[in-house]
Design a protein. Structure first.
Length: 454
Protein backbone atom coordinates (compact mmCIF):
# COMPACT_ATOMS: atom_id res chain seq x y z
CA UNK A 1 0.00 0.00 0.00
CA UNK A 2 1.39 3.36 -1.03
CA UNK A 3 1.66 5.78 1.87
CA UNK A 4 0.33 9.26 2.48
CA UNK A 5 3.37 10.77 0.72
CA UNK A 6 2.01 9.60 -2.64
CA UNK A 7 -1.48 10.95 -1.91
CA UNK A 8 -0.03 14.34 -0.95
CA UNK A 9 2.30 14.26 -3.96
CA UNK A 10 -0.70 13.57 -6.21
CA UNK A 11 -2.63 16.46 -4.70
CA UNK A 12 0.34 18.78 -5.11
CA UNK A 13 0.89 17.74 -8.71
CA UNK A 14 -2.79 18.25 -9.46
CA UNK A 15 -2.45 21.73 -7.96
CA UNK A 16 0.66 22.37 -10.05
CA UNK A 17 -1.11 21.31 -13.24
CA UNK A 18 -4.14 23.50 -12.51
CA UNK A 19 -1.85 26.40 -11.63
CA UNK A 20 0.09 25.94 -14.89
CA UNK A 21 -3.14 25.81 -16.89
CA UNK A 22 -4.06 29.22 -15.50
CA UNK A 23 -0.58 30.52 -16.34
CA UNK A 24 -0.79 29.12 -19.87
CA UNK A 25 -4.19 30.73 -20.33
CA UNK A 26 -2.80 34.06 -19.13
CA UNK A 27 0.16 33.88 -21.53
CA UNK A 28 -1.86 32.69 -24.53
CA UNK A 29 -4.68 35.21 -24.12
CA UNK A 30 -3.10 38.26 -22.47
CA UNK A 31 0.39 38.41 -23.99
CA UNK A 32 -0.69 40.25 -27.16
CA UNK A 33 2.84 40.45 -28.54
CA UNK A 34 3.34 36.67 -28.39
CA UNK A 35 4.31 35.24 -31.79
CA UNK A 36 1.56 33.12 -33.31
CA UNK A 37 3.74 29.98 -33.54
CA UNK A 38 4.64 30.18 -29.85
CA UNK A 39 1.03 30.93 -28.93
CA UNK A 40 -0.12 27.77 -30.70
CA UNK A 41 2.59 25.65 -29.09
CA UNK A 42 1.74 26.97 -25.63
CA UNK A 43 -1.94 26.20 -26.29
CA UNK A 44 -0.95 22.66 -27.36
CA UNK A 45 0.75 22.17 -23.99
CA UNK A 46 -2.42 23.47 -22.32
CA UNK A 47 -4.57 20.89 -24.09
CA UNK A 48 -2.29 18.03 -23.07
CA UNK A 49 -2.17 19.28 -19.49
CA UNK A 50 -5.96 19.51 -19.42
CA UNK A 51 -6.21 15.81 -20.28
CA UNK A 52 -3.67 14.94 -17.59
CA UNK A 53 -5.58 17.05 -15.06
CA UNK A 54 -8.72 14.98 -15.77
CA UNK A 55 -6.75 11.77 -15.16
CA UNK A 56 -5.36 13.17 -11.90
CA UNK A 57 -8.86 13.99 -10.69
CA UNK A 58 -10.05 10.48 -11.57
CA UNK A 59 -7.07 8.94 -9.78
CA UNK A 60 -7.75 10.97 -6.63
CA UNK A 61 -10.89 8.87 -6.09
CA UNK A 62 -8.98 5.59 -6.10
CA UNK A 63 -6.41 4.03 -3.81
CA UNK A 64 -2.89 5.00 -4.94
CA UNK A 65 -0.42 2.29 -5.92
CA UNK A 66 3.24 2.08 -6.93
CA UNK A 67 2.59 2.72 -10.60
CA UNK A 68 0.61 5.80 -9.67
CA UNK A 69 3.60 7.04 -7.65
CA UNK A 70 5.89 6.61 -10.66
CA UNK A 71 3.41 8.37 -12.93
CA UNK A 72 3.04 11.25 -10.47
CA UNK A 73 6.82 11.75 -10.51
CA UNK A 74 6.78 11.90 -14.33
CA UNK A 75 4.03 14.52 -14.32
CA UNK A 76 5.84 16.51 -11.64
CA UNK A 77 9.06 16.56 -13.71
CA UNK A 78 7.17 17.78 -16.76
CA UNK A 79 5.32 20.42 -14.74
CA UNK A 80 8.65 21.85 -13.61
CA UNK A 81 9.95 21.78 -17.19
CA UNK A 82 6.81 23.52 -18.48
CA UNK A 83 7.13 26.31 -15.93
CA UNK A 84 10.74 26.89 -17.02
CA UNK A 85 9.73 26.96 -20.70
CA UNK A 86 6.88 29.41 -20.07
CA UNK A 87 9.33 31.77 -18.37
CA UNK A 88 11.70 31.39 -21.33
CA UNK A 89 8.91 32.14 -23.81
CA UNK A 90 7.96 35.34 -22.01
CA UNK A 91 11.61 36.40 -21.75
CA UNK A 92 12.27 35.67 -25.42
CA UNK A 93 9.23 37.67 -26.49
CA UNK A 94 10.36 40.66 -24.47
CA UNK A 95 13.91 40.91 -25.86
CA UNK A 96 15.17 40.76 -29.46
CA UNK A 97 18.61 39.48 -28.40
CA UNK A 98 17.19 36.80 -26.10
CA UNK A 99 14.63 35.95 -28.77
CA UNK A 100 17.36 35.19 -31.32
CA UNK A 101 19.48 33.30 -28.79
CA UNK A 102 16.74 31.08 -27.42
CA UNK A 103 14.32 30.77 -30.31
CA UNK A 104 15.36 27.34 -31.52
CA UNK A 105 16.09 25.83 -28.11
CA UNK A 106 12.71 27.02 -26.79
CA UNK A 107 10.76 25.62 -29.73
CA UNK A 108 12.60 22.31 -29.42
CA UNK A 109 11.87 22.17 -25.69
CA UNK A 110 8.16 22.84 -26.27
CA UNK A 111 8.02 20.06 -28.86
CA UNK A 112 9.82 17.63 -26.51
CA UNK A 113 7.43 18.50 -23.67
CA UNK A 114 4.39 18.00 -25.87
CA UNK A 115 5.66 14.58 -26.96
CA UNK A 116 6.46 13.63 -23.38
CA UNK A 117 3.02 14.73 -22.15
CA UNK A 118 1.34 12.66 -24.84
CA UNK A 119 3.35 9.59 -23.78
CA UNK A 120 2.53 10.19 -20.10
CA UNK A 121 -1.17 10.45 -20.91
CA UNK A 122 -1.19 7.29 -23.03
CA UNK A 123 0.62 5.37 -20.28
CA UNK A 124 -1.97 6.31 -17.68
CA UNK A 125 -4.93 5.65 -19.96
CA UNK A 126 -3.53 2.21 -20.79
CA UNK A 127 -3.10 1.47 -17.09
CA UNK A 128 -6.67 2.64 -16.35
CA UNK A 129 -7.95 0.22 -18.99
CA UNK A 130 -5.96 -2.67 -17.50
CA UNK A 131 -7.05 -1.85 -13.98
CA UNK A 132 -10.75 -1.62 -14.85
CA UNK A 133 -10.72 -5.11 -16.35
CA UNK A 134 -8.70 -6.68 -13.53
CA UNK A 135 -10.52 -5.21 -10.52
CA UNK A 136 -13.90 -6.28 -9.18
CA UNK A 137 -16.59 -4.37 -7.42
CA UNK A 138 -17.46 -4.99 -3.82
CA UNK A 139 -17.42 -3.56 -0.36
CA UNK A 140 -14.15 -2.32 1.08
CA UNK A 141 -12.72 -4.32 3.94
CA UNK A 142 -11.23 -1.17 5.45
CA UNK A 143 -12.80 -0.33 8.78
CA UNK A 144 -12.27 3.39 9.47
CA UNK A 145 -10.80 4.25 12.85
CA UNK A 146 -13.34 7.07 13.18
CA UNK A 147 -16.19 4.49 13.38
CA UNK A 148 -14.68 2.68 16.38
CA UNK A 149 -16.57 4.76 19.01
CA UNK A 150 -19.86 3.33 17.73
CA UNK A 151 -18.81 -0.10 18.98
CA UNK A 152 -16.57 0.55 21.99
CA UNK A 153 -19.12 2.28 24.19
CA UNK A 154 -17.71 4.61 26.87
CA UNK A 155 -14.26 3.02 26.99
CA UNK A 156 -12.41 6.11 25.68
CA UNK A 157 -14.64 8.86 27.09
CA UNK A 158 -12.06 10.52 29.32
CA UNK A 159 -12.64 14.26 29.62
CA UNK A 160 -16.00 14.46 27.82
CA UNK A 161 -18.25 14.29 30.88
CA UNK A 162 -18.98 18.03 30.98
CA UNK A 163 -19.85 18.54 27.28
CA UNK A 164 -21.76 15.25 27.29
CA UNK A 165 -23.93 16.39 30.20
CA UNK A 166 -24.53 19.74 28.50
CA UNK A 167 -25.67 18.08 25.28
CA UNK A 168 -27.87 15.55 27.10
CA UNK A 169 -29.59 18.42 28.96
CA UNK A 170 -30.08 20.29 25.66
CA UNK A 171 -31.52 17.20 23.94
CA UNK A 172 -34.05 16.48 26.70
CA UNK A 173 -35.05 20.03 27.61
CA UNK A 174 -38.66 20.70 26.48
CA UNK A 175 -38.71 23.63 24.04
CA UNK A 176 -41.69 22.70 21.85
CA UNK A 177 -39.74 22.94 18.59
CA UNK A 178 -37.17 21.18 16.41
CA UNK A 179 -33.63 22.16 17.37
CA UNK A 180 -30.26 21.42 15.77
CA UNK A 181 -26.82 21.10 17.34
CA UNK A 182 -23.62 21.20 15.30
CA UNK A 183 -20.69 19.57 17.10
CA UNK A 184 -17.61 21.03 15.42
CA UNK A 185 -13.93 20.19 15.72
CA UNK A 186 -10.90 18.95 13.88
CA UNK A 187 -10.38 15.29 13.10
CA UNK A 188 -9.44 13.19 16.11
CA UNK A 189 -10.98 15.45 18.78
CA UNK A 190 -13.66 12.87 19.64
CA UNK A 191 -16.80 14.32 18.03
CA UNK A 192 -18.20 10.89 17.19
CA UNK A 193 -17.29 9.55 20.64
CA UNK A 194 -19.02 12.45 22.38
CA UNK A 195 -22.17 12.38 20.27
CA UNK A 196 -22.47 8.59 20.46
CA UNK A 197 -22.32 8.83 24.24
CA UNK A 198 -25.09 11.45 24.17
CA UNK A 199 -27.16 9.48 21.65
CA UNK A 200 -27.10 6.29 23.71
CA UNK A 201 -28.34 8.20 26.77
CA UNK A 202 -31.24 10.04 25.14
CA UNK A 203 -32.58 7.89 22.30
CA UNK A 204 -35.03 5.99 24.51
CA UNK A 205 -36.83 9.28 25.24
CA UNK A 206 -37.85 9.71 21.59
CA UNK A 207 -40.47 7.97 19.46
CA UNK A 208 -37.90 7.14 16.80
CA UNK A 209 -34.18 7.57 16.46
CA UNK A 210 -31.51 6.96 13.84
CA UNK A 211 -27.76 7.42 13.37
CA UNK A 212 -26.49 7.98 9.84
CA UNK A 213 -22.97 8.61 8.59
CA UNK A 214 -22.90 11.21 5.84
CA UNK A 215 -19.18 11.29 4.89
CA UNK A 216 -17.80 12.41 1.53
CA UNK A 217 -19.10 9.39 -0.35
CA UNK A 218 -22.76 10.11 0.38
CA UNK A 219 -24.87 12.43 -1.73
CA UNK A 220 -28.30 13.82 -0.85
CA UNK A 221 -30.16 10.83 -2.27
CA UNK A 222 -27.93 8.35 -0.41
CA UNK A 223 -28.61 10.05 2.91
CA UNK A 224 -32.37 10.08 2.37
CA UNK A 225 -32.27 6.38 1.41
CA UNK A 226 -30.33 5.60 4.58
CA UNK A 227 -32.85 7.48 6.71
CA UNK A 228 -35.80 5.73 5.12
CA UNK A 229 -34.59 2.17 4.71
CA UNK A 230 -31.92 1.57 7.35
CA UNK A 231 -33.13 4.08 9.91
CA UNK A 232 -36.89 3.82 9.90
CA UNK A 233 -37.52 0.63 7.95
CA UNK A 234 -39.60 2.29 5.24
CA UNK A 235 -39.98 0.59 1.90
CA UNK A 236 -39.18 2.53 -1.26
CA UNK A 237 -39.35 1.65 -4.92
CA UNK A 238 -36.07 0.88 -6.62
CA UNK A 239 -36.15 4.01 -8.79
CA UNK A 240 -37.83 6.42 -6.41
CA UNK A 241 -36.61 9.96 -6.93
CA UNK A 242 -35.63 12.47 -4.26
CA UNK A 243 -39.06 14.09 -4.14
CA UNK A 244 -40.80 10.74 -3.53
CA UNK A 245 -38.31 9.79 -0.85
CA UNK A 246 -38.64 13.18 0.83
CA UNK A 247 -42.43 12.80 0.96
CA UNK A 248 -42.16 9.32 2.44
CA UNK A 249 -39.75 10.51 5.10
CA UNK A 250 -41.86 13.53 6.03
CA UNK A 251 -45.00 11.38 6.22
CA UNK A 252 -43.28 8.84 8.46
CA UNK A 253 -41.98 11.48 10.91
CA UNK A 254 -45.24 13.45 11.09
CA UNK A 255 -46.34 14.00 14.71
CA UNK A 256 -43.41 11.94 16.01
CA UNK A 257 -40.70 13.05 18.41
CA UNK A 258 -37.44 12.02 16.79
CA UNK A 259 -33.69 12.36 17.27
CA UNK A 260 -31.40 12.03 14.26
CA UNK A 261 -27.61 12.05 14.30
CA UNK A 262 -25.81 12.99 11.06
CA UNK A 263 -22.20 12.02 11.62
CA UNK A 264 -19.26 13.37 9.60
CA UNK A 265 -21.02 15.97 7.45
CA UNK A 266 -18.86 17.42 4.66
CA UNK A 267 -21.33 19.12 2.31
CA UNK A 268 -23.76 21.89 3.21
CA UNK A 269 -26.25 20.89 0.51
CA UNK A 270 -26.59 17.42 2.07
CA UNK A 271 -27.79 18.98 5.32
CA UNK A 272 -30.06 21.46 3.54
CA UNK A 273 -31.75 18.65 1.61
CA UNK A 274 -32.43 16.76 4.86
CA UNK A 275 -33.56 19.90 6.71
CA UNK A 276 -36.28 20.58 4.13
CA UNK A 277 -38.02 17.25 4.70
CA UNK A 278 -37.87 17.11 8.51
CA UNK A 279 -41.21 18.20 10.00
CA UNK A 280 -41.33 20.50 13.02
CA UNK A 281 -44.54 19.53 14.81
CA UNK A 282 -43.57 21.09 18.16
CA UNK A 283 -42.63 17.69 19.62
CA UNK A 284 -39.12 18.60 20.89
CA UNK A 285 -37.33 16.73 18.12
CA UNK A 286 -33.54 17.03 17.93
CA UNK A 287 -30.88 16.85 15.20
CA UNK A 288 -27.20 16.43 16.12
CA UNK A 289 -24.59 16.92 13.40
CA UNK A 290 -20.86 16.27 13.69
CA UNK A 291 -18.55 18.01 11.26
CA UNK A 292 -14.99 19.23 11.00
CA UNK A 293 -16.25 22.00 8.68
CA UNK A 294 -16.83 24.98 10.94
CA UNK A 295 -17.71 27.11 7.92
CA UNK A 296 -20.73 24.89 7.22
CA UNK A 297 -21.97 25.15 10.80
CA UNK A 298 -21.62 28.94 10.86
CA UNK A 299 -23.35 29.38 7.50
CA UNK A 300 -26.32 27.25 8.64
CA UNK A 301 -26.87 29.22 11.83
CA UNK A 302 -29.74 31.34 10.55
CA UNK A 303 -31.94 31.36 13.70
CA UNK A 304 -31.80 30.59 17.42
CA UNK A 305 -32.96 26.98 16.93
CA UNK A 306 -29.54 26.07 15.53
CA UNK A 307 -26.64 25.81 17.98
CA UNK A 308 -22.91 25.16 17.67
CA UNK A 309 -20.76 23.30 20.17
CA UNK A 310 -17.04 23.68 19.49
CA UNK A 311 -15.18 20.70 20.87
CA UNK A 312 -11.87 21.53 22.57
CA UNK A 313 -8.69 19.44 23.03
CA UNK A 314 -8.30 17.55 26.30
CA UNK A 315 -6.81 19.31 29.30
CA UNK A 316 -3.34 18.19 30.35
CA UNK A 317 -4.69 16.12 33.25
CA UNK A 318 -7.34 14.39 31.14
CA UNK A 319 -4.84 13.80 28.35
CA UNK A 320 -2.41 12.23 30.81
CA UNK A 321 -5.13 10.02 32.28
CA UNK A 322 -6.17 8.77 28.84
CA UNK A 323 -2.57 8.20 27.76
CA UNK A 324 -1.69 6.24 30.89
CA UNK A 325 -4.82 4.13 30.53
CA UNK A 326 -3.81 3.13 27.00
CA UNK A 327 -0.04 2.84 27.43
CA UNK A 328 -0.04 1.14 30.84
CA UNK A 329 -3.18 -0.95 30.67
CA UNK A 330 -2.34 -3.12 33.67
CA UNK A 331 -2.42 -0.45 36.38
CA UNK A 332 -2.61 2.88 34.52
CA UNK A 333 0.48 4.18 36.29
CA UNK A 334 3.65 5.43 34.63
CA UNK A 335 6.95 3.82 35.73
CA UNK A 336 9.42 6.33 37.16
CA UNK A 337 11.93 5.78 34.35
CA UNK A 338 9.42 6.72 31.64
CA UNK A 339 7.94 9.91 33.07
CA UNK A 340 9.97 12.41 31.05
CA UNK A 341 9.64 10.61 27.73
CA UNK A 342 5.89 10.18 28.41
CA UNK A 343 5.55 13.93 28.92
CA UNK A 344 7.42 14.63 25.70
CA UNK A 345 5.21 12.25 23.69
CA UNK A 346 2.07 13.67 25.29
CA UNK A 347 3.10 17.22 24.39
CA UNK A 348 3.29 16.15 20.74
CA UNK A 349 -0.33 14.93 20.92
CA UNK A 350 -1.46 18.44 21.94
CA UNK A 351 -4.62 17.18 23.65
CA UNK A 352 -5.87 15.28 20.58
CA UNK A 353 -7.68 12.16 21.84
CA UNK A 354 -7.15 10.14 18.64
CA UNK A 355 -3.39 10.75 18.77
CA UNK A 356 -3.21 9.92 22.46
CA UNK A 357 -5.17 6.68 22.03
CA UNK A 358 -3.31 5.43 18.94
CA UNK A 359 0.17 6.25 20.26
CA UNK A 360 -0.73 4.87 23.69
CA UNK A 361 -1.89 1.58 22.16
CA UNK A 362 1.29 1.39 20.09
CA UNK A 363 3.46 1.96 23.17
CA UNK A 364 1.52 -0.67 25.14
CA UNK A 365 2.94 -3.27 22.76
CA UNK A 366 6.50 -2.09 23.34
CA UNK A 367 8.83 -3.06 26.15
CA UNK A 368 8.53 -0.53 28.97
CA UNK A 369 12.12 0.66 28.73
CA UNK A 370 13.48 4.13 28.10
CA UNK A 371 15.38 2.85 25.05
CA UNK A 372 12.29 1.45 23.29
CA UNK A 373 10.14 4.46 24.08
CA UNK A 374 12.81 6.94 23.04
CA UNK A 375 13.23 5.07 19.76
CA UNK A 376 9.52 5.34 19.04
CA UNK A 377 9.48 8.99 20.13
CA UNK A 378 12.16 9.77 17.55
CA UNK A 379 10.40 7.79 14.80
CA UNK A 380 6.82 9.04 15.20
CA UNK A 381 6.98 10.86 11.88
CA UNK A 382 8.00 7.71 10.01
CA UNK A 383 5.30 5.72 11.83
CA UNK A 384 2.73 8.16 10.50
CA UNK A 385 4.05 7.86 6.96
CA UNK A 386 4.25 4.09 6.89
CA UNK A 387 1.47 1.53 6.90
CA UNK A 388 2.36 0.67 10.48
CA UNK A 389 0.86 1.38 13.86
CA UNK A 390 -0.24 4.98 13.28
CA UNK A 391 -1.51 4.76 9.69
CA UNK A 392 -5.16 4.71 10.84
CA UNK A 393 -4.64 8.01 12.63
CA UNK A 394 -3.08 9.58 9.57
CA UNK A 395 -5.94 8.34 7.39
CA UNK A 396 -8.42 10.16 9.61
CA UNK A 397 -6.38 13.36 9.78
CA UNK A 398 -5.47 13.48 6.09
CA UNK A 399 -9.14 13.68 5.03
CA UNK A 400 -9.20 17.34 6.13
CA UNK A 401 -6.15 18.05 4.02
CA UNK A 402 -7.63 16.30 0.99
CA UNK A 403 -10.79 18.42 1.29
CA UNK A 404 -8.84 21.65 0.77
CA UNK A 405 -8.84 23.25 -2.70
CA UNK A 406 -5.49 22.93 -4.43
CA UNK A 407 -4.28 26.49 -3.74
CA UNK A 408 -4.96 26.09 0.01
CA UNK A 409 -3.04 22.81 0.02
CA UNK A 410 -0.05 24.79 -1.18
CA UNK A 411 -0.60 27.38 1.56
CA UNK A 412 -0.90 24.69 4.21
CA UNK A 413 2.19 22.75 3.14
CA UNK A 414 4.20 25.97 2.92
CA UNK A 415 4.03 26.13 6.72
CA UNK A 416 6.49 23.22 6.83
CA UNK A 417 9.15 25.75 5.77
CA UNK A 418 9.05 27.26 9.26
CA UNK A 419 10.52 25.79 12.49
CA UNK A 420 8.14 23.68 14.56
CA UNK A 421 6.45 25.33 17.56
CA UNK A 422 7.72 28.79 16.58
CA UNK A 423 5.42 31.78 15.93
CA UNK A 424 5.01 32.89 12.31
CA UNK A 425 4.20 36.51 11.49
CA UNK A 426 0.94 36.64 9.61
CA UNK A 427 1.86 39.48 7.26
CA UNK A 428 5.16 37.85 6.31
CA UNK A 429 3.43 34.52 5.61
CA UNK A 430 0.77 36.13 3.42
CA UNK A 431 3.39 38.00 1.42
CA UNK A 432 5.34 34.79 0.90
CA UNK A 433 2.17 33.07 -0.30
CA UNK A 434 1.59 35.93 -2.74
CA UNK A 435 5.18 35.78 -4.00
CA UNK A 436 4.81 32.04 -4.64
CA UNK A 437 1.57 32.58 -6.57
CA UNK A 438 -0.60 30.67 -4.07
CA UNK A 439 -3.12 33.49 -3.52
CA UNK A 440 -5.75 33.80 -6.24
CA UNK A 441 -7.11 37.14 -7.42
CA UNK A 442 -10.64 38.09 -6.38
CA UNK A 443 -12.54 41.00 -7.84
CA UNK A 444 -12.65 44.01 -5.55
CA UNK A 445 -9.94 42.72 -3.19
CA UNK A 446 -6.19 43.14 -3.01
CA UNK A 447 -4.06 39.99 -2.83
CA UNK A 448 -3.26 40.75 0.81
CA UNK A 449 -6.96 40.96 1.65
CA UNK A 450 -7.55 37.60 -0.06
CA UNK A 451 -4.58 36.13 1.81
CA UNK A 452 -5.95 37.31 5.16
CA UNK A 453 -9.23 35.52 4.52
CA UNK A 454 -7.49 32.29 3.45
Amino acid sequence: MVGLETEIAGALVEGSVTFLLQKIDAIATREWNLKQINRMKVQDIGRELGSIEALLQADSKEDPDHQYAVWIQQVRDQANAIEDVLDRVRLAEGSVWWGLKMRYSTEELIQEINTSLQNIQRTRERYHSMRSTSTHTGYSTYFPVRAAPLFTGDVDTVGIEEPRNQLVSWALEPRQRLEVMFVVGMAGLGKTTLVNSVYERVKQHFDCHVWITASKSKNKLDVLCTLLVEGFGCSITQRADKVAQARNLRKFLHNKRYVIVVDDLWEKNVWESIKLVLPDDGNNSRIIITTRRGDIANSCRDDDSIHIHKLQPLSWENAKQLFHTKAFSKNGGCPSGLEEISKSILHKCDGLPLGIIEIGKLLSRKAQTAYEWDKLHNSLESELRSSGGLSNMMSALSASYEDLPYHLKYCFLYLSMFPENKPVKRRRLIRLWIAEGFVREERGKTLEEVGKST
